[in-house]
Design a protein around this ligand. Structure first.
Ligand SMILES: [Zn+2]
Length: 253
């Protein structure tokens, strides 16, 4: 009887180990975020899945020009297409005499976003000792996204500032970026006057790669990403067309 029990126990153990090896908890789902004709939308109403990971992440260190860019963290990563566009853009800026950039953030995992939000709640509570945690959380969410709702999860958003400047707004780097980023496929994602739509206060430093055609269309029509996506064609049932179904002609490009 004892032998039978031991055999049963071993069988269960082996199957458990096999199952765990085949189906690791929290397995990532890799998503190609640059395929398709329509930019991928992430905001408070459009979170990514908890196991979402963008395909094609590469380290910024070694793939960007360290003479032009200082990295706040050595392990920053972003999707290759965004890094290529960033390099092209900052080479052009350097040709215009604008250098000394600093990158504070790029791809952020969902666990990292949770830590960023917790840190913001803690610092808010320190600044306002009388506040409840839920009030501090609501306040923090004006500037920090909920986990799964940050555009940084896509690996296409970059927080870029001027090295050594206490505030980015008003610097020559900021002026250059806002004038030229569109030509390289980046948008200034959170702008003045769009807070009610994007859910975020203006962030002069947060750029999002969407590709040149979309970036120029948004610039020329003064549309944020949410507004721009609303202008895209619908199919005969009135539903927004699937990304794969949309051609540049549908977009009027
Ligand atoms: Zn950002």
């Amino acid at each position: 009887m004892q032998k039978k029990c031991l055999f049963l126990l071993c069988t269960v153990l082996v199957w458990t180990l096999l199952f765990c090896a085949c189906c690791p908890a929290g397995a990532e789902v890799t998503v190609d975020v640059v395929s398709g004709s329509v930019p991928f939308l992430v905001n408070k109403d459009h979170p990514v899945a908890e196991d979402f990971v963008p395909a094609g992440l590469i380290p910024l260190k070694g793939n960007t020009d360290e003479k032009l860019i200082t990295l706040k963290y050595k392990d920053l990563t972003a999707v290759r297409e965004a890094v290529d566009a960033l390099n092209e853009m900052l080479d052009a800026a350097a040709a215009d005499g604008v250098k000394n950039w600093k990158i504070n953030a790029a791809y952020r995992s969902i666990a990292e976003q949770q830590r960023v939000l917790e840190n913001k709640i803690s610092s808010t509570l320190k600044d306002h000792p009388g506040w409840s945690r839920s009030r501090a959380r609501t306040h923090a969410l004006n500037t920090v996204a909920e986990p799964c709702c940050s555009e940084h999860h896509l690996g296409l958003a970059i927080d870029i500032t001027a090295k050594g400047a206490s505030a980015f707004k008003g610097t020559k780097q900021c002026k250059w970026l806002h004038a030229h980023c569109w030509d390289y496929g980046f948008i200034i994602r959170y702008q003045e006057g769009k807070q009610a739509i994007t859910g975020f206060a203006a962030e002069e430093w947060h750029i999002r790669y969407v590709g040149v055609e979309h970036a120029l269309a948004m610039r020329d029509q003064d549309l944020c990403l949410e507004e721009y996506l609303e202008t895209l064609p619908e199919d005969e049932t009135g539903a927004r067309m699937e990304i794969e179904e949309i051609t540049p002609e549908d977009l009027g490009l």
